[in-house]
Design a protein around this ligand. Structure first.
Ligand code: COA
Length: 571
């Protein structure tokens, strides 16, 4: 096996591309290898081009990579979309020869034709099993562990009945048998199992957010389903009841945040999950939560916008909304996840920060990260610190919004003796009575913002990777950080002097870290997947740095190759 292999499967939505890819990725993880997946598919349930890419390696994987080493084309459209990436050294496995896929020979590209449609349709009378025939062929060609695949096929289809399991097992074997009998392997790609190191689990970004919420002590989750965030709710609906937690499907996003605010008022750690259009709707209540100083977490899984936009694609374009959305002046914290581990740990952080500061915290993920699956080290729960809101312990003269030096005032729980107060969206006095005087609005506004005045000293908001004197420094956020990490590694191997800052808190802008970082480099480069350079604009406004911007907005994440080329151009 080479250092790592990237396999891409392309076909039509509804043809089972995703199932086939998931199974290969899981089999690789079970074989002790590192795995990272990347999927894009259309917004339709059936039809359109669906793609599943996974990278498998004996070593740590930083990003989804550039293009593929092996491409499996289920149909002519998938071939057409990807033929430009078939470079010498790559392998094409396609539905043929008796199909509409008609690849042109390319020098240095190994091509294997496997009649996946014919075998499934004619030989097995099960057209839906086309993906399993392809899977069998791929398993045989590149030495994936067949035993593992057989088990995964059984597990995947058992809820559909024994007949479905059996025909798919037959299809898997038929694909493998076709290769054994008809194809002479001429490429050098083999998957070689490795002794597993440590205890690992495989999760998607959305599942990791759900797990993070569970570990942080979330007791209530309400949402309105929306692509690409729905799997957070699906995961929590399965697991939250095990800890006596509750999941509610609300009638819309406004109601869901209303539920969460109510649950938080009642003392529960509460969360909602949504995507851009849902966050739009929640903004008025976001201001309410900040005014009432109620802890809560919103996971915003960004998709391409504006409006309905690109539901199944990803973009980093909700930052302005998360950081600045709403009328009036109110504080909130925005964290941004870059990896599956981040989705888990930053969700725990989001709950901790919201409880500590009694403030809404938004965690930004995106469509690519939501659907990505990755093998990660099993979190050691004994090392995770959980913070709970400070609860009032006096027995008289409770002032819910007491002016304190830190800005944080203890909260009471409903029913608590002497703890009565009313939480509303109105400006208020220390004892929560409506009060609109200039004096109180000034005092309370300052109190609310004072809570997070020193957050950069109290929370590790970013990670620095550099030696203190480089030609170029890259500041990135969210998923873009993965491709930046790989590009930085490649550039350093080529002798370029590059450093990087990886903020995990994007609002308030970690000004101290950014200014210090900028002082160590000749130029700052900021790549982002949005048109307006949203983080670059915030950095410019808050830290006074004028970075070189690199914005893409095609609904796909950066590849390391793109970042590497830009670094070289800027240097
Ligand atoms: N035998 C039997 N069933 C099979 C099969 C086989 N060999 N291979 C796949 N299937 C089933 C899968 O189990 C799945 O069924 P399920 O939904 O009951 O689990 C279904 O066929 C689809 O297969 P899957 O591999 O999951 O996906 P796909 O590659 O065919 O692509 C999607 C389909 C994912 C593109 C599409 O279903 C989808 O979800 N589109 C996005 C919709 C969306 O979110 N729109 C936005 C709205 S705003």
């Amino acid at each position: 096996m080479g250092k790592d292999i990237i396999i891409r499967i392309g076909g039509e939505g509804g043809e089972g591309v995703i199932s086939a890819g998931d199974m290969l990725a899981q089999a690789s993880a079970r074989a002790g290898l590192e795995v990272l997946t990347f999927k894009t598919f259309p917004a339709e349930i059936k039809g359109g081009y669906a793609m599943y890419q996974f990278r498998v390696s004996a070593e740590e994987i930083l990003s989804h990579g550039d293009t593929f080493n092996i491409f499996v084309a289920f149909n002519a459209e998938a071939y057409e979309v990807n033929k430009g990436f078939l470079k010498p050294g790559t392998v094409l496995v396609y539905d043929g020869p008796d199909s509409d896929v008609d690849p042109k020979p390319v020098e240095g590209v190994v091509q294997y034709a496997v009649p996946i449609t014919r075998i499934s349709k004619v030989d097995l009378s099960s057209p839906i099993s086309k993906n399993m025939v392809a899977l069998g062929a791929v398993v045989q060609l590149f030495s994936f562990p067949m035993d593992s695949l057989v088990e995964l096929v059984r597990n995947k289809f058992k809820k559909k009945g024994e007949d479905v399991v059996n025909v798919n097992l037959k299809a898997l074997e038929a694909g493998a048998e076709y290769v054994r009998s008809n194809i002479k392997k001429t490429d050098n790609f083999y998957v070689q199992p490795k002794k597993p190191e440590g205890d690992a689990i495989m999760l998607s970004g959305n599942e990791a957010i759900g797990l993070g919420a569970l570990v942080a002590g979330c007791q209530f989750f309400s949402c309105y389903p929306i692509t690409p965030a729905t799997e957070i709710a699906i995961w929590l609906a399965k697991h939250l009841p095990k800890t006596n937690g509750v999941v509610v499907q609300a009638e819309d996003e406004i109601a869901s945040l209303g539920h969460v605010i109510g649950a938080s008022y009642a003392g529960a750690k509460a969360m909602t999950g949504t995507s851009g259009p849902g966050l739009d709707l929640m903004i008025e209540l976001l201001g309410f939560a900040s005014m009432a100083e109620l802890p809560l977490v919103i996971a915003d899984v960004q998709r391409g916008g504006p409006s309905t936009g690109l539901p199944t694609k990803s973009e980093q374009s909700d930052l302005f909304l998360a950081a600045r959305g709403g009328h009036g002046d109110f504080p909130r914290i925005v964290l941004a996840a870059a990896t599956i581990e981040d989705c888990f740990y930053l969700t725990v952080d989001a709950f901790n920060l919201s409880e500590k500061y009694q403030i809404p915290v938004i965690i930004l993920s995106d469509g690519s990260l939501a659907f990505r699956t990755e093998k990660i080290k099993r979190p050691d729960l004994s090392k995770i610190n959980i913070i709970n809101r400070e609860v009032y312990s006096g027995n008289g003269d409770f002032r819910r919004y007491e002016i304190t030096d830190s800005g944080i005032s203890p909260v009471s729980l409903p029913g608590q003796a002497s703890g009565q107060y009313i939480a509303t969206g109105l400006e208020h006095s220390e004892s929560a009575a409506p009060k609109y005087s200039a004096e109180y609005h000034t005092l309370m506004t300052e109190k609310r913002f004072r809570k997070i005045e020193n957050i950069e000293d109290e929370y590790t908001a970013s990670e620095y990777d550099g030696s203190g004197n480089e030609d170029i420094g890259i500041i990135s956020w969210g998923l873009t950080q993965c491709s930046v990490r790989e590009a930085v590694k490649r550039c350093r191997e080529k002798g370029l002097r590059v450093s990087a800052l990886y903020p995990r808190m994007v609002f308030p802008v970690p000004v101290k870290a950014i200014r210090k970082f900028a002082s160590t480099v000749k130029k700052v480069l900021m790549p982002e997947v949005n048109y307006q350079g949203q983080f670059a604009e915030l950095v410019k406004a808050h830290a006074g740095i004028d970075p070189v911007r690199y914005d893409i907005y095609g609904g796909l994440p950066f590849t390391p190759e793109q970042i590497e080329a830009k670094i070289k151009e800027v240097i």
